[in-house]
Structures are given as C-alpha cells and as structure tokens.
Write a protein that binds this ligand. Structure first.
Ligand code: DX5
Ligand code: ZN
Length: 219
C-alpha cells in the first residue's frame, strides 16, 4: 500500500505537536519534516531542536528531509533527536557513501533526494545503499508550488531500475502533490507521497489520506 508522509511545513507552526497528532489520527504513515537552512534553499524552517521536542509527542516515524549545505555535520544531531529516516540532497553531499553509512550506523533509514533539474544518474550509483529515494517535483524551499510534470519520467525510470534489481527502496515524491498528481506519481511507480498544503488544507485530512492510500500502479 502507498505510504503517506504529510509535511509538517504546512502544519500550524505555533502548535506543531498538535499538527503531528492530527496526521497520526488521520492515518498518515510518516511525518515529513522539512529542514531548510536559508543557504541551499532560500527559506529557513526548523532544526534538530524542534525534532527533539516533537519526539515524545508521537511514535510516528519521522521522515526528515535535510535541505541544508554540509548535511553530514548535522546528521548526528538529527539522529540523536529521534529521526527515523534522514534524507540528504545529492547536490549538497560531498561524500554520499560515507554520509549514508553514518545515517545507517546511527540506526536510521537513509534517503537521497534530487532536485527537479538534477539528472537521475546522480543518485544511481548509491541505489543499493538506499532505503528511500526522494524525488523533488518542485524546486525545494517552499510549500504550495505546482508539480513539475517532467518528474513523472524520473519516477518511472527509477522504478524500472529498482524493480529490475529487486531493491527494497521506497520511491517518494515531494512537491505539489494533490489527489490528481499523487495518483499519477503512484501510477509512474512512487510508493510514498509527501505532501503539505493539499493535506493540511483538505476539508477532511483522514478521507484524503484514505483515498491516496488506495492509489495503485495500475490506476
Ligand atoms: C518543499 C518541501 C516539501 C513541501 C511540500 O521544499 O520539501 O516537503 O513542504 O509542500 P507542498 O505539498 O505544499 O508542495
Ligand atoms: Zn520535503
């Protein structure tokens, strides 16, 4: 079944604990936590301090998306803060293998993300080491942007390789996901949908999540 990872970026920032409990009540699988540094991306969001504060609130797996330069420097803090999955950007990571090893040795799952303009060849050498590939379908930095259609081809291309090589890697897509684009991403081969504005803005988040979880490869 498709996993849904609502982005805390769209939760009420003055009450993130309640946002986390809301997505748990609504049947989400993971909580997607967007960490931005104002350097790799133009926006600044939250850091390890907030992840640590949220940890006792819920047992939901924390799907932490690091949009920061020199991520390896901060990985130990995010591990000790209680991250279950840590995803780095291939554009910011100097020694990808070493960084993924640090994450895994720290007991978390390891992900690698790529921007809409970054070719998939950049992540292919690391596929065997990954638990998650996070395909950005908007330029990272802000919620509420429109889905970039060409990313569907990237999803299918990665899905083909993952299936051919029988790898146990999740393919997640992040940015501009709603019930229409989400369905098409799943048909293209995504197994996880990360979404902020369309889930937190939904009339009924639980119903929306239920609908999305029912999407399948065959439509
Ligand atoms: C974008 C973040 C996304 C973002 C998604 O930089 O990585 O996770 O919150 O928000 P929506 O779903 O509104 O595009
Ligand atoms: Zn994200």
């Amino acid at each position: 079944m498709i996993k849904i990872s609502p982005s805390m970026l769209s939760a009420d920032a003055s009450n993130l604990g309640e946002g986390l409990l809301q997505l748990e009540r609504c049947g989400a699988d993971w909580a997607h936590i967007d960490v931005m540094d104002g350097v790799f991306v133009p926006n600044i969001t939250i850091g390890q301090h907030v992840v640590r504060a949220l940890r006792p609130v819920s047992d939901m797996p924390f799907d932490v998306h690091l949009m920061i330069v020199n991520p390896i420097k901060h990985v130990p803090d995010f591990l000790s803060a209680g991250s279950d999955m840590i995803t780095l950007h291939v554009e910011t990571t100097e020694d990808v293998e070493k960084s993924l090893t640090v994450i895994k040795d720290g007991g978390a799952k390891a992900g690698l993300s790529l921007n809409p303009g970054t070719p998939i060849d950049s992540i292919m050498p690391y596929l065997d080491m990954l638990d998650l590939v996070l395909i950005m379908s908007v330029q990272p930095g802000f919620g509420g942007q429109s889905f970039q259609e060409h990313c569907l081809d990237k999803i299918s291309a990665i899905r083909n390789v993952v299936d051919e090589r029988k790898l146990a890697v999740d393919i997640s897509v992040d940015g501009g996901i709603n019930r229409g684009t989400g369905r098409r991403c799943v048909e293209a081969g995504a197994s996880v949908l990360a979404a902020g504005s369309s889930l937190f803005g939904a009339e009924d988040m639980a119903e929306e999540i239920k609908l999305w979880k029912g999407f399948s490869r065959t439509g």
